[in-house]
Structure formats: structure tokens, C-alpha cells
Design a protein around this ligand. Structure first.
Ligand code: CP
Ligand code: NVA
Length: 307
């Protein structure tokens, strides 16, 4: 059987996604099911993490397996050992590898050389585990992904890219508001539009006006203005993103039952105000917990080779 990787959302087919969401819901109800008994999962981090690191480590434990966390600092990765070599070595010890890194090409290189399944735990281009979680959180709230309007406010970053891919896969109506010069990957935009056309549903629009994107939306998502690796641009980005804060005024333009999502960590007073993040419409804390349940469903899906 060909090994199963999860490098972007598209690695799970639209037919398989409902099963994966259902399995996550089941695992949320019954947390301890030993489907990974005796298995070891390597969690490789070339960037910082709180949620991904802890939810995967706890998730592997709850599934009866063992997680080995390998931070690049302190391992041979930071000293330049090629990712292809790391892939082959870890494949000899572990049943699966999750990696958080910089360029998507590093994730792809790891997957190419690993003989075991590889999960993308965030790259500069994609954050599929997080957006899978966000979709699951939407389903928990609204019972469906259909008939809703989605707004992305802020940077055209890894999160935005994964939302765009989701818009193509699920035929979502997604409106993005990004400042000039910070638009998401145009190739992903056109691929998603093609996907929507094939499916006969969904839309994808890009504006510079957060009010336009937020108006009438049911799901408002945002993320930090400077992602990991962009720390040097933080000040420049603060200026460029002025006016892109998800505040109470913006949320008021959305549907009355709209929810606000943030993958966290958040910078209160920058991309989102404290009253919105901590307010009644925010599902950020549920969303954070859901990383665990979706993470476990993803581990099971790639492990078994069938989502
Ligand atoms: N949302 C998310 O991926 O959080 P961490 O960076 O803490 O893993
Ligand atoms: N866009 C953010 C997401 C963090 C979970 C980053 O890449 O730093």
C-alpha cells in the first residue's frame, strides 16, 4: 500500500473529509482509544509551537502510542544534516513523522525520502492541521460547511492559503481582505477557483476592504500580521495592516450568529481586539482544543492509509 502523507488539505479527498470530521467528533467524546498502540511518532519542530506540539504529543499518548519531539535546536538538523537523511533515519525508528518547518519544499523533501507517512504541522505556505480544525469547529457550530459566508481578514499567509485550498475543496464562499502587497498565493487562488468551478459551488474574492469581506459573513478568521520567520518585518507590517483589526465594529457587520476564529497565538490590539477574542462570538478556545481531536483523526487517517 502506498504511504499516505498529509502535506496540504488536498491530500484528503472531499469524499473522505466527512469521515475524518466524524472520527474527530467521536474521539472528542471518547478520548482514549488505543489505535496507535506500540507506535512511535516523531514530531519535528524547526519553529516554535504550543498547540501543535502539545496536542500532537497528548494525542499520540491518548491513542496509546509514544511521541518523540525533536526540536531543530539541539538536534543535528540545526547543524545542517540534510532533511533527506533525517527522513530516512527517522523512518527506521518511527511509524509517522510530523514536521513544522519553513518552506513547503522541506515538507515535500521529508515526505519524498521518508518511508513512513508525513504530516505538515505548518510550513510558510500551508497550515492544513489548523484549517482542518477550523472547518471542524464550524461544523460543530453550524452543523454544515455549506450555505455560509467566510471572511479572512489580514495577511495572505499560510493560514489564508489553507483556507483558500479549503474553499476550492468544499466549494466555500470565501472573501479575503488583505493589504496591498500581502495577498495570498495567486496560483493557489486560481487552483481553488478551478476546483470551485468543477464542483459548481463556492466563490473566492479578494479585497483591500475588511468591511466588504466581513459584511454578512458567518465565520470571520484572522491571524497574526507577522508570522514565524517574519519577525524582522513586524514594524513594517504593523503599518501596512493598520485598519485590518477584527474589532467589535467589524464583527457587527457580520451575520448575528457569526463566529470569530483565530488559530492563536494572538496579538490583542493588533489583528484582533481583546474584547472580540475573549467575547461571546469567539470560538478560539474551542478551536484550540479541537486541534487535539482533529490531530488524532489525522494521525489515524495517515497511519491506516485511508482517511
Ligand atoms: N495554532 C498553532 O499552530 O499554534 P502553535 O504555533 O502554538 O502550534
Ligand atoms: N501564520 C502563523 C500561524 C501560527 C500558528 C505563523 O506561521 O507564524
Amino acid at each position: 500500500m502506498k504511504k499516505r502523507d498529509f502535506l496540504t488539505l488536498g491530500d484528503v479527498s472531499t469524499e473522505e473529509w466527512p469521515q475524518l470530521f466524524a472520527r474527530a467528533a467521536e474521539l472528542k467524546q471518547h478520548r482514549s482509544q488505543k489505535t496507535l498502540a506500540g507506535k512511535t511518532v516523531a514530531l519535528v519542530f524547526e519553529k516554535a509551537s504550543t498547540r501543535t506540539r502539545v496536542s500532537f504529543e497528548v494525542g499520540v499518548y491518548e491513542l496509546g502510542g509514544h511521541a518523540v519531539v525533536l526540536n531543530s535546536q539541539g538536534s543535528q538538523i540545526a547543524r545542517g544534516e540534510p532533511i533527506a537523511d533525517t527522513a530516512r533515519v527517522l523512518s527506521g525508528y518511527c511509524s509517522m513523522i510530523a514536521i513544522r518547518t519553513f518552506g513547503q519544499e522541506r515538507v515535500a523533501e521529508l515526505a519524498k525520502w521518508a518511508s513512513v507517512p508525513v504530516i505538515n504541522a505548518l510550513s510558510d505556505q500551508h497550515h492544513p492541521c489548523q484549517v482542518a480544525t477550523d472547518l471542524f469547529t464550524v461544523i460543530e457550530k453550524f452543523g454544515t460547511l455549506d450555505g455560509l459566508r467566510y471572511a479572512w481578514i489580514g495577511d495572505g499567509n499560510n493560514m489564508a492559503n489553507s483556507w483558500i485550498e479549503a474553499a476550492g475543496l468544499f466549494g466555500l464562499e470565501l472573501a479575503l481582505a488583505c493589504p496591498d502587497g500581502f495577498a495570498p498565493d495567486p496560483l493557489l487562488m486560481s487552483a481553488a477557483r478551478e476546483n470551485q468551478k468543477r464542483r459548481g459551488k463556492g466563490s473566492l474574492t479578494l479585497t483591500h476592504d475588511p468591511k466588504v469581506a466581513a459584511s454578512g459573513s458567518h465565520v470571520i478568521s484572522t491571524d497574526v500580521w507577522a508570522s514565524m520567520g517574519q519577525e524582522d518585518e513586524a514594524e513594517l507590517r504593523k503599518r501596512a495592516f493598520a485598519g485590518y483589526c477584527v474589532d467589535a465594529g467589524l464583527v457587527q457587520r457580520a451575520a448575528p450568529d457569526a463566529i470569530v476564529l483565530h488559530c492563536l497565538p494572538a496579538h490583542r490590539g493588533e489583528e484582533i481586539t481583546g474584547d472580540v477574542l475573549d467575547g461571546a462570538q469567539s470560538l478560539a478556545w474551542v478551536q484550540a482544543e479541537n486541534r487535539l481531536h482533529i490531530g488524532k483523526a489525522i494521525l489515524e487517517a495517515v497511519r491506516s492509509g485511508a482517511a
